[in-house]
Every structure is written in C-alpha cells, then in structure tokens.
Design a protein around this ligand. Sequence first.
Ligand code: SF4
Length: 369
Amino acid sequence: MKYIEEFRDAALARTLAQAIGQAVEPGRTYRLMEFCGGHTHAIYRYGLPGLLPKAIKMLHGPGCPVCVLPIARVDQAIELAGRPGVILCSYGDMLRVPGSDRRTLLQAKAEGADVRMLYSIDDAVTLARQLPQRAIIFFAIGFETTTPATALAILRAQKLGLSNFFVFCNHLLTPAALDALLADSPNPGSWIDGFIGPAHVSTVIGTAAYQQVARRYRKPIVIAGFEPLDLLQAILMLVRQLNSQRCAVENQYHRVVRPNGNRLAQDYMAQVFCLRASFAWRGLGTIAASALALRPAFASFDAERHFPLADRLSREHPGCACPAVLRGQLDPAACQLFAVACTPANPLGACMISAEGACAAVYAYGRQP
Ligand code: SF4
C-alpha cells in the first residue's frame, strides 16, 4: 500500500539504525520522548528498541488522551450515565477506564445504565435524531486530532435543531501539555533531551504550534509519521540537532503535516470551543489554558451546563505509577504492578487500557521473554 509499505522496508530500517549508531557521540545518552501514544506502540510493535544503539533511550510521553484524563472526569461520566433518560456514548477505551473504587462505565452499564460504545461522534448525533425522547451525551475526549470532529458534530446538531444532544467535553491541547511537562521542575525538562512530535495532532495544528516550546526550553522537536522508517529518521534528525546544539522544530512527516496545519479544522475548533481557565490532567497536574470548553453560543449542547455535576477528587489506585509513566520518568515495566496485578485483561491504571497507553504497549510487545 502506497505510503505504508515503503516506510516499513527492513533493509532501509537497518541502514537508518546504522546511521544513528554512527551519529551518536561516544559516551553520550540521548533521551528522546515520543509524545504520542501511537508512536509508543509503533516503536514497540516494530521492535525499534532492538535496532537502536544503547545511547538512544526512548521515553514515553503523555500523549494518550485516555491516560491523561483524570479519574474525577471518569467518575462524572459515570454519574451522567446514571441520570434518568440519559444514553451515555463514547469510544470503546473510555468504557473500560476505572474511576474511583475501580468502577467503570461498563460496570455502570451492567448495573442498568444505558452506556453505548460508538466509533464516531456522528453516530451520537444520529442517535439523538432517532431517539428524541432520550438525552444523548457524548463523552468527548482527545487532543486536537478528534476536536474538529466534535466541533462539526455540534454544528450539525445545531443545524438539525436537536435539543437532546450534549457533549461532555474533555478535549485537550498538546502544546500546553508539552509546556507543562517541561516547566514543572526546578530544572525544566532535565530528563528529556528532545521530542518526537505527534503526527495526527500536527496535521491539525501544524509545526508552527511547537516553536514557542522548543525555543523556551531549548528542546529540539521532530514531527514524525507512524511507520518504522518515519520514527528512525526522526530519531536521526534529533540526534543530529542535539550534536549541533540546535533546538529547532523539524518536520519528518512532511508528506502530511504542513507548517500551519489544517486551517479549516482550526476554524471549526475556534468557532465552537473556547479555552478553559485550567484543567486537572492525570500525571501532569492542573495546567492553565490546556483544555477546551463549549463557547456560550453552544451552551445548549454542553452536558456540564445542562446536567450540573458535583466536583470530585481523583483517587488513584495506591500502587499505580501512571503519573510517573506519563511524565516519562518511570519505565512501565518498573511499576511494581506491571504484568503482575495489572494486565490488559485486568487493568489497574489507564496506561494499561488504552490502545495508546505506554504500559499496554510494553505489555504487548516489549516484555523480555
Ligand atoms: Fe498503572 Fe498498571 Fe501501568 Fe502500573 S502497569 S503504571 S498500575 S497502568
């Protein structure tokens, strides 16, 4: 398949790995964080750690939207699902994330709540048309990749005149997360030398969106695609930048990503959403201006306004190390519960649930035999 198979060529992968081996400086370690959970899975799935020289240490970042959602928001979704007449819809992963007391939306469903797994928010709009007597709430999560679809769904619901469609909005902003990850330490980002920037998010926001973070913290960022050759090439670009003490934003994924991203998608987002003053992220703490809410003009679609929710405190599983894993400060396999009490069949933390979670990636592909 064009643009896929040629980026999985094993001989070229070995050549690139050799070039990385030749580029690394003797005695130096290069700690490179892939922000995006999709990259984490690709790195393990294609066995890149086995190809890379020991000098390259890959750190896994917070770019998994299921993983960074605080438990309190899961609890609130479960509370919404229990309201009379409500159908709570979301993507499959979200239904398995434990809230407080290890309760999930799937358990709420088993107890009688009407919880439905959907592949697209458009299906929730369709459901609202089909069932006008029910309140359809979509539990919306994700970074800038999924936000335009939510914006379009709300605009569609407005056009259709729907009064029973609502969004529980949990959309997050990538540059704010990068900034917070680096800022929150006496020695900002001292455990990270450079970043592999996300692919899908960058198609929407463009490479220009990362300039400020790269300059402020003097960290190189290379936007990369999801195939093994994309990632190896991005690693080589980062090593070369670090060797020459540069901290530029470079674009390996130029077959898709543009400097200014997708202006149409950005316009839809700006039309429907405004910034929240702050949002409490799992693993990263409370970050100012890092998440989106519906603009007042779309208040009638806002689940948080229509169904007032109690404030809740997030209560993590006491042994779960997700916050440190999400900051790239702990290898998933170093968590005391990894593959013992916490497995994909019995996940104790969000990082083991999501298809983009670092613990799930290491469990699936990265464990030592
Ligand atoms: Fe949390 Fe499980 Fe990952 Fe440990 S292995 S950090 S308990 S998700």
